[in-house]
Design a protein. Structure first.
Length: 256
């Protein structure tokens, strides 16, 4: 592929096809013949396309979640009812297993390993497979405004014992519960002066305002579509990050 053809491909073709064709060049037998163009265009792609896609997808996801939250809160304000978290979630905390950094150090990095507030590492096995919400149990449990530390996760992954893991129930999707909890002040559920903690009992008893039953089907459908797009965008981010890592490694090799 010549320079003009490659530039046309970059500007006119879908980014996932771009990912696929470069991956085939990098991993296939054509590497030697493409090493110098790969070096030049890999640098161009890493800076001009990948970084731009990162920013776009992160911003888009923030805006999508904010839009879903606004629609949900509008329904809650106009026709909300009070209940407790226990009526909204199934907890899977008994399945969690902590893993020390020493245990993780020799593992192949395949599946995400989540802690109370964030992705901490990758490991070679998983406990959960599906769509779940995480809420910080101890350590980092809330922000300065009293809102809980939340993560929305899916696929195959591992969770340590510092985050509650849940799915929605009784007509409330996991995504809806995630949004509801993100706007629920949990300060009264927190114990501990030094090591902050939200135990299961206090989490279950926490009062929340939720939309009425008549609105659940419509809201679940709308929120579900939004979060499907969020998942797709985050998958693209991971693919682009992988592409960037491969390109940088190959550029380093080809420049020696």
């Amino acid at each position: 592929m010549g320079e003009n053809g490659l530039h046309s491909y970059i500007h006119n073709e879908d980014k996932l096809k771009l990912y696929q064709i470069f991956l085939s060049h990098i991993q296939g037998k054509e590497l030697n013949s493409f090493s110098q163009p790969l070096f030049r265009y890999g640098h161009y792609i890493s800076k001009s396309i990948i970084s731009g896609r990162f920013q776009r997808d992160y911003l888009l996801n923030d805006n999508l979640e904010a839009t879903a939250q606004a629609v949900l809160q509008d329904k809650i304000v106009s026709n909300g009812i009070e209940t407790t978290v226990d009526s909204l979630i199934d907890l899977f905390d008994s399945m969690r297993r902590p893993m020390s950094s020493l245990d993780r150090s020799g593992m192949e990095r395949i599946y995400p390993y989540y802690g109370a507030a964030s992705l901490m590492d990758y490991v070679d096995d998983y406990i959960f497979d599906g769509i779940y919400g995480l809420l910080g149990e101890d350590g980092t449990v809330m922000d300065d405004n009293g809102y809980p530390t939340m993560q929305y996760v899916w696929g195959k992954f591992w969770v340590n014992n510092h985050a509650h893991i849940f799915q929605g129930k009784n007509g409330y999707s996991t995504e809806m519960v995630y949004l509801i909890l993100k706007k629920t002040v949990v300060r009264n559920a927190v114990t501990g002066a030094v090591q902050l903690k939200i135990n299961q009992e206090n989490l279950r008893k926490l009062p929340v305002i939720v939309p009425c039953d008549d609105d659940l089907t419509e809201l679940n459908a709308l929120i579900g579509k939004v979060f499907l797009t969020i998942r797709e965008n985050r998958t693209e981010i991971e693919q682009l990050a992988n592409l960037k890592d491969i390109l940088l490694a190959k550029m380093m090799t080809s420049s020696r």
